[in-house]
Design a protein around this ligand. Structure first.
Ligand SMILES: Nc1nc2c([nH]c(=O)n2[C@@H]2O[C@H](COP(=O)(O)OP(=O)(O)OP(=O)(O)O)[C@@H](O)[C@H]2O)c(=O)[nH]1
Ligand SMILES: [Mg+2]
Length: 138
């Protein structure tokens, strides 16, 4: 018999939304949420029967009021928070309708790429910020 337990993993659809000035839209997580008060890219858990793009479109409509018209895979990150194993499937939103704003009362803002490091993100997000910067330099 094994005493090992299999930790439940959560698949999360995350959207990188950029404006024509090259700024990125970020939100601050609420007091009652996992990783409370950290800044994040909007998104949420993929529900049963949903594809990642479907979940992304639903979450971005619910959280920031935009209609995602097109997205492309950006990167996938697995991160173990100890209490929770998350798999972030990050997509770049390449076309959308509407003006992003925090629909759930969460603080939100457009931030230039060079200023992203001034914001505290969940530990899983390090590689996202690094890749965005690397892509911008290449
Ligand atoms: N949306 C989002 N979630 C992230 C990011 N980075 C990161 O580690 N996560 C983690 O992904 C998990 C799920 O995201 P979520 O809490 O937004 O899920 P949700 O919108 O369905 O929320 P809910 O549980 O409040 O209904 C959380 O444990 C969160 O800490 C990020 O940049 N954006
Ligand atoms: Mg969410």
């Amino acid at each position: 018999m094994t005493t090992e337990t299999v930790k439940k993993s959560v698949l999360v659809a995350v959207g990188v939304v950029e404006n024509p000035r090259g700024e990125l839209f970020i939100c601050r997580r609420g007091a009652s949420q996992h990783q409370a008060y950290k800044w994040e890219f909007p998104g949420g858990k993929v529900e049963a029967g949903e594809t990642v793009p479907q979940a992304l479109a639903r979450e971005l409509a619910e959280e920031i009021g935009i209609e995602v018209l097109a997205c492309q895979p950006f990167m996938r990150i697995e991160h173990d928070y100890g209490d929770k194993l998350v798999i972030l499937d990050i997509r770049k939103v390449t076309a959308f309708n509407g003006t992003p704003h925090g629909l759930e009362g969460q603080p939100s803002r457009w931030v230039p790429l060079a200023e992203l490091h001034d914001y505290e993100f969940p530990a899983a997000n390090g590689p996202i910020v690094n890749k965005l910067r690397a892509d911008a330099e290449s």
